[in-house]
Design a protein around this ligand. Structure first.
Ligand SMILES: Cc1cc2nc3c(=O)[nH]c(=O)nc-3n(C[C@H](O)[C@H](O)[C@H](O)COP(=O)(O)OP(=O)(O)OC[C@H]3O[C@@H](n4cnc5c(N)ncnc54)[C@H](O)[C@@H]3O)c2cc1C
Length: 509
């Protein structure tokens, strides 16, 4: 296709889809440029023998309505519909940061889409409706969409949005899906040569949106240690007792999946400080920070000041919420986590206006808002502070927290302090007192590492390669918007200079 601008996007998860959406939107204004967008995404291999009965039914139903679960677009790994229904989506993310379509090619937002597709969702996720089984939560229903839905429902919505985008593509844009992985890329001044297992392509721009993966597994651990995702790599063959390392949202949902869907009798959840995550609550009253603000940090840009401001803010916020302040030390060192979780759930049932609910956004965005004023060692200090308080503010869904509490109370789930040692050939967890345990089976939910190399292209104007990487919908959406903007501006600039040159040379002739 000579004369066309060629753009490749590797990865069809949220990051890749956001990039595609913003590119198409920006390119509408440059109708004189003929553009081909190559979207690379290898098919998803689903290990069907490891699925629960509900997952198998869902898979069959998806196929029966003409969807190919191996080749869905937009949701990537995290929002794949075949995942267990208790892998829930924090719906307010969609409302707050990622209403994909409103200004682009459709007018349906996620909440409207859920309502319009209720019969389909009820068929796909019957185990999400209130019933008496252990897995089901009384208020865990499709009516609760402002709070929670199965994450896979969001993946289906994104795929629908992709189909809508494809149907409304402007004539000057051609989209070509390549069902293969990007294997290599070489960047020269004018082009990027990209390679998959069967083809080589030359493009003008490459956006790498290949997501994250979990830590490498040692071959000696085969059959004994798994990464949390994709969760169809393990199944009914798990032993009665397992350890899940990492007590963030991933560790919690995977522990619940093992307990409720995979017939595991007992899960030991391991985290560094024997703390987990509290559920997200949306406060109904407004609250404005008076201490923990970027302005106050600017006056004294040190980690020590950040800590003192946060302590003052917590005390002030507890007072504003009419709750007794337990004190900084108690909040940082929670002795009996199940009791703490139970109390938090009770208190927030009475009123959602809790200090953790008010302060979650100020705390979790604080580092990004102040880092540019801080010297490197103070940046590290602020990051450490945020990391220390994170279990109180980085959130999970309320239904999962309630299921987690129920599992603690029925003694099928235990939370312990410990660290997994990745260099040991025998799976090993070391406790704070130095003792070691060697579980028969470990699922690692210890966070992400980046997916392929070399992914971190600088996002300078003179480069032709970009990468979108992030762990929240709003952050990848922001990056995608900025990259699409830069690409289209560069492309429009190149076009303008080319036509000026052509005019000048025609004039000279
Ligand atoms: C358990 C969990 C729950 C979450 N819940 C929420 C939530 O409720 N709200 C929220 O805001 N955020 C949530 N997030 C965070 C956020 O949504 C994800 O981090 C985000 O989806 C990442 O999207 P991505 O496109 O970058 O990566 P991915 O979803 O991993 O997509 C990357 C895609 O690239 C493909 N790929 C990989 N290598 C190649 C290659 N070489 N060539 C071509 N394609 C390739 C992969 O197959 C995949 O489809 C959650 C994250 C996790 C892990």
């Amino acid at each position: 296709m000579t004369g066309h601008v060629r753009i490749a996007i590797a990865g069809a998860g949220i990051s890749g889809f956001a990039t595609l959406g913003h590119l198409v939107e920006n390119l509408r204004a440059v109708a004189s440029a003929k553009v081909v967008i190559y979207w690379l995404q290898p098919p998803r291999e689903i290990q069907t023998h490891n699925l629960s009965a509900a997952q198998c039914d869902r898979l069959a139903h998806l196929k029966s309505i003409g969807l190919d679960p191996a080749q869905l677009f937009g949701g990537g790994q995290v929002y794949h519909p075949v995942q267990p229904s208790l892998f829930t989506f924090n719906g307010s993310s969609a409302a707050r940061g990622f209403n994909f379509v409103s200004q682009r090619y459709d007018s349906t937002d996620y909440f409207e889409w859920v309502q319009a597709n209720r019969p389909l969702l009820a068929t796909l996720y019957p185990d999400f409706a209130p019933e008496t089984g252990q897995q089901r939560h009384p208020v865990h229903t499709l009516d609760d969409i402002q709070g929670t839905t199965p994450r896979g429902a969001y993946g289906l919505y994104l795929h629908d949005q992709f189909l809508a985008l494809k149907a409304h593509l402007p004539k000057h844009i051609t989209l070509k899906i390549i069902p293969e992985a990007l294997q290599a890329s070489v960047h020269t001044e004018k082009t990027v040569a990209i390679e998959t297992s069967t083809r080589k392509l030359s493009v003008d721009y490459l956006v790498q949106a290949t997501g994250h993966r979990f830590a490498e597994l040692r071959p000696e651990w085969a059959g004994r240690v798994f990464t949390a995702y994709p969760c169809d790599r393990y199944g009914q063959n798990l032993p009665q007792q397992i350890a899940v390392v990492g007590a963030g949202p991933a560790g919690i949902e995977v522990a619940l999946h093992a307990l409720h869907n995979l017939q595991v009798e007992h899960v030991t959840l391991v985290s560094r400080h024997a703390q987990s995550r509290l559920p997200q609550i949306e406060p109904t009253d407004p609250y404005k920070c008076q201490w923990f603000t970027p302005e106050k940090m600017r006056l004294q840009p040190t980690a020590e000041n950040a800590k003192s401001l946060l302590r003052k803010e917590l005390a002030a916020c507890y007072q504003a919420c009419n709750l007794p302040y337990p004190g900084w030390e108690k909040l940082l060192k929670i002795e009996a986590y199940p009791d703490f979780l139970r109390q938090y759930l009770q208190t927030t049932e009475q009123s959602p206006n809790h200090p953790f609910a008010h302060l979650v956004r100020p705390v979790m965005s604080f580092y990004d808002r102040v880092k540019d004023w801080l010297p490197a060692d103070e940046q590290t200090g602020v990051l450490q502070l945020i990391h220390q308080v994170k279990p109180l503010f980085a959130t999970q869904s309320r239904p999962c927290a309630e299921l987690m509490l129920a599992a603690f109370q029925s003694k099928r789930l235990k939370l312990i302090a410990g660290d997994f040692l990745p260099a040991q050939t025998t799976p090993t967890i070391v406790r704070p007192d130095g003792t070691q345990i060697h579980p028969d089976c470990v699922i690692l939910a210890t966070g992400f590492v980046q997916s392929t190399s070399p992914p971190c292209y600088s996002q300078l104007r003179n480069t032709r390669c970009y990468s979108v990487i992030g762990t929240s919908l709003s952050s990848v959406n922001r990056q995608a918007a900025s990259i699409a903007n830069t690409i289209v501006e560069t492309l429009a600039f190149d076009q303008a200079s080319r036509s000026t040159k052509e005019r000048v040379s025609a004039h000279c002739r």
